[in-house]
Design a protein around this ligand. Structure first.
Ligand code: HEM
Length: 387
C-alpha cells in the first residue's frame, strides 16, 4: 500500500484527531450510541435464540462497529440511505482488499506499475478510490449547513476548519486532507475491532472452560443492571486477559503499518540501508516459543502474573503497534471490544451449531492488510434466563 511521509503536517493532524475524536472524554460521550446499537443487536440475537437459529457473529460484529464508528465519528447513520450497511461493508472490504494487497509499484521501481496494470490491481484500486470518494461526498452533503441539528460532530468540525482556513502544521486544512482523515478512520477503526471480537468468540467456542469462567465473571459483575457501563467493563479483569490473549494469537494488523528506514543500522548481523521498507511481524512475535510458553495454546491466565499490555511499551504484544505511528484509536477500539464481548456473553450462552464439535471450528486466516477469520463464525445463542 502506498503511504505518505510522516511529516509535521500529519503529526499535527494526529494531534488534532487525538484531541477531537480519540480522547477518553470524547469516547465516554459516545456511550449512548453504543447502548442504542447494542440494544438492537441483542434484540436481533434474542429472535434467533427463540428460533434456535445460528447467528453469523462475523457479520454481527462488523455491523455493530460500522454503526457505532459511523455515528460517533461521522455523525450519520447509514440505515435507510443509499449507503446502507451492506453496501457500506462491501465498500470497506473492497478498499482493504485492493489497498492492502501486494503492489508491484511499491516494490519494483520504474516498471512495477506495468505489472499492476497487467494484474488489474491498478483498475481495482481506482474503482475503490472512486467509490470511497463518492462516499465522502455523500457524507459532506449530509453535513451541509442547516440540514442538521444538534451538537457539532467530527466531520462538522473538520468542514468548519476548512472554511475558516485553519492552518494545521504548515498548511491549510483542505477537502482532500479531510477525506484522508476520514479514510484512515474508516479503514483503521471498523474492521480491527470487529475482527478482534470474532476471533475472541471463535477461541471461546473452542475453549468452553475459558468461556464459562469469563461468563461467571461478567454475570457476577453486571448482575441485573440494564446497561453495561465503563466502570463495569473496567472491573472485568479476566475479560481483559481474554482480549490480550486474542490479540497475541490473532493480531488484526499482523505486519503493522510499513516503516521506512531513515538512517542505516545493523541488526542480527545485517546492515539495513536507508529507505528500506520494514514490516514488523507482530503475528510471529505473538507465537514465539522463546517468549511465550505453549504459544499455540489459548490460555488467558498467562497474563495473570505480569503487567504486559498492548499499549506499545511491551514489545511481546504489539497489537496496536508502537512509537509515533501507534494506533490513535487504541482506547476507542479496546472499549468497543470489551463492551461488545461483555454484552453478548452476558445476555447469551453460545453453542456450536448442531453436529459440530470443538475441533470443527475453523481458524484459518484470510490474507490481507488486516487478517480476519476466513470463514464466517456461526454460533447458536441461548438466552441467559437469570437476568
Ligand atoms: C481492536 C481495535 C484496533 C486495533 C487492534 C488497531 C490496530 C492498529 C495498528 C496495529 C495500527 C498501526 C500501528 C503501527 O504501525 O505502529 C493502527 C493504526 C491506526 N488506527 Fe487502529 N486499531 C484498532 C482500532 C482503531 C479505531 C477504533 C480507530 C479509529 C476509529 C483506529 C484508527 C487508526 C488510525 C487512524 C491509524 C493510522 C495511524 C497513523 O497513520 O499514524 N484504530 N491501528
Amino acid at each position: 500500500m502506498s503511504f505518505s511521509p510522516y511529516n509535521d503536517y500529519w503529526k499535527e493532524l494526529r494531534k488534532l484527531c487525538a484531541r477531537e475524536l480519540f480522547s477518553a472524554k470524547q469516547i465516554h460521550s459516545f456511550q449512548p450510541i453504543k447502548d442504542e446499537e447494542i440494544k438492537k443487536v441483542i434484540a436481533q440475537i434474542s429472535e434467533s435464540a427463540s428460533l434456535k437459529n445460528p447467528v453469523n457473529l462475523t457479520k454481527t460484529f462488523l455491523a455493530l462497529t460500522v454503526s457505532v464508528v459511523c455515528k460517533a465519528a461521522f455523525g450519520v447513520s447509514f440505515e435507510g440511505t443509499v449507503l446502507s450497511n451492506d453496501r457500506f461493508n462491501k465498500l470497506v472490504r473492497d478498499a482493504f482488499e485492493t489497498l492492502g494487497s501486494f503492489s508491484a509499484t511499491d516494490f519494483i521501481p520504474h516498471v512495477g506499475w506495468i505489472i499492476d496494470q497487467f494484474t488489474g490491481l491498478q483498475k481495482m484500486r481506482e474503482k475503490s478510490v472512486r467509490d470511497l470518494d463518492a462516499f465522502y461526498e455523500q457524507l459532506f452533503d449530509l453535513h451541509k449547513e442547516g440540514d442538521r441539528q444538534g451538537r457539532e460532530d467530527f466531520v462538522d468540525m473538520l468542514l468548519r476548519f476548512e472554511k475558516e482556513g485553519t492552518v494545521v502544521g504548515t498548511d491549510n486544512l483542505t477537502r482532500n486532507h479531510i477525506k484522508a482523515i476520514l479514510m484512515n478512520i474508516l479503514l483503521g477503526g471498523i474492521d480491527t475491532s470487529a475482527i478482534t471480537m470474532t476471533w475472541a468468540m471463535a477461541e471461546l467456542a473452542r475453549n468452553p472452560r475459558v468461556m464459562k469462567k469469563l461468563q461467571t465473571e461478567i454475570r457476577s459483575q453486571i448482575k441485573n443492571k440494564e446497561r453495561i457501563s465503563f466502570d463495569d467493563t473496567d472491573q472485568l479483569k479476566y475479560l481483559k486477559m481474554v482480549i490480550k490473549e486474542t490479540w497475541r494469537l490473532h493480531p488484526p494488523t499482523p505486519l503493522l503499518l510499513p516503516r521506512e528506514v531513515t538512517s542505516e543500522f545493523e541488526i542480527g548481523g545485517y546492515t539495513i540501508p536507508v529507505k528500506t521498507r520494514l514490516h514488523v511481524n507482530v503475528w510471529a512475535i505473538g507465537r514465539d516459543p522463546d517468549t511465550w510458553k505453549d504459544p499455540e495454546m489459548f490460555f488467558p491466565e498467562r497474563f495473570m502474573d505480569n503487567n504486559i499490555d498492548a499499549k506499545g511499551q511491551n514489545f511481546e504484544l504489539l497489537s496496536f503497534g508502537s512509537g509515533r505511528r501507534i494506533c490513535p484509536g487504541m482506547y476507542m477500539g479496546t472499549t468497543m471490544v470489551e463492551f461488545g464481548l461483555a454484552s453478548l456473553l452476558y445476555h447469551f450462552d453460545w453453542e456450536l451449531p448442531e453436529g459440530m464439535v470443538v475441533e470443527d471450528v475453523d481458524m484459518e486466516e484470510a490474507p490481507g492488510l488486516t487478517v480476519s477469520k476466513k470463514s464466517e463464525l456461526l454460533l447458536v445463542p441461548v438466552k441467559y434466563l437469570d437476568q
